[in-house]
Write a protein that binds this ligand. Structure first.
Ligand SMILES: [Cu+2]
Length: 470
C-alpha cells in the first residue's frame, strides 16, 4: 500500500446549457430549470459491447448531464424523484445559499418518490465541482446518482482544450450487476465499501484521444464512495493547477497525486509524447501503478513543437475569505472508531453506549465522542469570524473531511506547516491514519453547514457533524 503519510505530504499537502443562465446580479426565477430525473437506468459500465448494468442515474446516464455555468451565473435544476426511496441533491463544493445545499434533515426535507424539488443558486467561483445525492448517499451515489458541474471563468483558460475524467469504482457480482452489499458494517468499519471495477466517465478503461503538442486541462474528479485514487500520467509531467475548484500556482508533484472521495484536481497536461504512442493514466493508491485509462496520441503532426512559456495558471482566484488568526474561534475534532480503532464507547441518542450497542445501531465511528448525533453543532460562529479546527484522526483508516458551503485552508499537518497554507483553498481534506491537521476558514456563509467524512459509509456510520454560521 503506497498510501503513506509521505505520499500525502509530498503529493498534495459539452454540457447541458438548459437551465443555466448567464451572469446576473441575482437569482432570476424566470429561467427554465433543467430537469434532473433520478431513476433506474442501464449504464455501459462494462463497455458498450456488454449488457448494460442496472444503475440509478440522473436522466438515464452515469455520470448524469454535465452542468455548466459562467462564474456568477446561476444553476436552475428541478430534481424529479423517480426512485423508490427519498432523495436530494447536494452541489458539492459550491459556496451557495444554505437552503439549496441539499442536506436532508438539515437544509431541506427529503424529496419523496414521485415528488420534486427546485434548486436555484448562484455559482460564485469558477472551477470543477460535482453534484450527487445526499440521502442514503452511501447507496445512492454508489448506484450512480452523480454528475459534473463546471463553473467557467470569464477569461478562457490558456489551454487548447479540456478533458474531464470522472473516476469511480463499483462492486459488481459475478453477473456484472451491482452487488447488493449496501450497508455492510464490515465495510463501514474499515475503509468503506470499496469496489472492484473502476470506471472513467462511466465506462471501463479506454482510450482518451490526445494530439502531440497540445496543452490540455484535465479535470479529474473522484466520485467513488470510499476509494482513494493516486494519479499520474505515464511519461508526462502533468502539473497540478487547481484543487477542489480553486486555481493554484501550478506545481509539478513529486509523486502520484492523491485524490480522495469527493475531491477534484485539475492538471495542465502538456502533450509532449510521440504521435501514435499510448501512455497510461496510472493509479497507485493501494497497489503498484496500473493504468485505469490510456492517453492515445493521434498520428497527426504536433500542434506545437515545444512548450516554452511555462505552465500558466488556470485563472486568478480570490481567497474565499480573510483569515484573522489572532483570535479565532477554535475547536477540536477527534475522529475515532472503526476496526482496530480501540473505541470503547460513544454518545448515541444522548446516551453513552458501548461498542456492541453502537455496532447494532450501525454507528461505528465518532467525532468528539459522539456517534453521529446532530442535535448540537460542532461550533457556532458569527458571520465574518475566523474558525480554526484542530482535527485528529485517532483511527486506523484514512478519512476525507468535507465542509459544506465554505472553502478552508490547511494550516498544518502533524504540527508542520502544510504546503499551500493560506493559499490553497479546498472543501475536502484527506487525512492519513493517526495523523493531525489544522484547518482554517472565514465563516462567510450563513446557515447550517454539514461537516463530514466523504467516505460515505463512514459518514453514515457516525462521522458527521455541522457548523453553524449566524
Ligand atoms: Cu472516513
Amino acid at each position: 500500500m503506497t498510501l503513506s503519510r509521505r505520499t500525502l505530504l509530498k503529493g498534495l499537502g459539452a454540457g447541458a446549457l438548459i437551465g443555466v443562465a448567464g451572469c446576473k446580479a441575482r437569482i432570476d426565477a424566470r429561467t427554465d430549470p433543467l430537469i434532473l430525473n433520478a431513476a433506474s437506468a442501464e449504464a455501459p459500465l462494462l463497455g458498450e459491447i456488454e449488457a448494460g448494468t442496472p444503475v440509478w442515474a440522473y436522466n438515464g446516464s452515469v455520470p448524469g448531464p454535465t452542468l455548466r455555468a459562467p462564474r456568477g451565473g446561476q444553476i436552475a435544476a428541478r430534481l424529479e424523484n423517480g426512485l423508490e426511496q427519498p432523495t436530494s441533491i447536494h452541489w458539492h463544493g459550491v459556496r451557495l445559499a444554505n437552503a439549496m445545499d441539499g442536506v436532508v434533515g438539515m437544509t431541506q426535507d427529503a424529496v419523496e418518490p414521485g415528488a420534486g424539488f427546485d434548486y436555484r443558486f448562484m455559482c460564485p467561483d469558477a472551477g470543477t465541482y460535482w453534484y450527487h445525492s445526499h440521502n442514503r448517499s452511501w447507496e445512492q451515489v454508489a448506484r450512480g446518482l452523480y454528475g459534473v458541474l463546471i463553473v467557467e471563468d470569464e477569461e478562457p483558460a490558456p489551454v487548447d482544450r479540456e478533458i474531464t475524467l470522472t473516476l469511480d469504482d463499483w462492486r459488481l457480482d459475478a453477473g456484472g450487476a451491482i452487488h447488493e452489499s449496501f450497508g455492510a458494517l464490515h465495510d463501514w468499519a474499515h475503509g468503506g465499501r470499496m469496489g472492484d471495477w473502476i470506471t472513467v466517465n462511466g465506462g471501463p478503461p479506454g482510450d482518451i484521444a490526445l494530439r502531440a503538442g497540445e496543452r490540455v486541462r484535465l479535470r479529474v474528479l473522484n466520485v467513488a464512495t470510499a476509494r482513494i485514487f493516486a494519479i499520474a500520467v505515464e511519461g508526462h509531467a502533468a502539473q497540478v493547477a487547481s484543487i477542489d475548484g480553486f486555481a493554484v500556482a501550478p506545481f509539478a508533484p513529486e509523486e502520484s497525486v492523491l485524490i480522495g472521495p469527493g475531491q477534484r484536481v485539475d492538471f495542465v497536461l502538456d502533450a509532449t509524447g510521440e504521435p501514435g504512442a499510448r501512455y497510461g493514466l496510472m493509479d497507485d493508491a493501494y497497489d503498484d501503478a496500473q493504468p485505469i485509462s490510456f492517453f492515445a496520441y493521434s498520428d497527426e503532426p504536433p500542434l506545437r513543437d515545444q512548450f516554452d512559456d511555462g505552465v500558466p495558471r488556470l485563472g486568478e482566484r480570490r481567497a474565499p475569505g480573510t483569515l484573522d488568526l489572532s483570535e479565532p474561534l477554535a475547536g477540536d475534532l477527534v475522529m475515532e472508531g472503526g476496526a482496530m480503532g480501540g473505541m470503547a464507547q460513544a454518545m448515541l441518542g444522548g446516551e453513552m453506549k458501548g461498542m456492541r450497542e453502537l455496532a447494532r445501531a450501525g454507528r461505528v465511528w465518532a467525532l468528539n465522542g459522539v456517534a453521529g448525533d446532530l442535535d448540537k453543532p460542532l461550533l457556532s460562529a458569527k458571520r465574518g469570524r475566523t474558525v480554526v479546527v484542530n482535527m485528529v484522526n485517532d483511527s486506523a483508516w484514512p478519512h476525507v473531511m468535507h465542509l459544506h458551503g465554505h472553502h478552508f485552508t490547511v494550516l498544518t499537518i502533524d504540527g508542520a506547516p502544510a504546503h499551500g497554507a493560506g493559499e490553497i483553498w479546498r472543501d475536502g481534506h484527506l487525512m492519513m491514519p493517526r495523523s493531525r491537521a489544522t484547518i482554517a476558514f472565514q465563516a462567510t456563509n450563513p446557515g447550517k453547514w454539514y461537516f463530514h467524512c466523504h467516505m460515505l459509509g463512514h459518514q453514515a456510520g457516525g462521522m458527521r457533524t455541522w457548523i453553524e454560521v449566524a
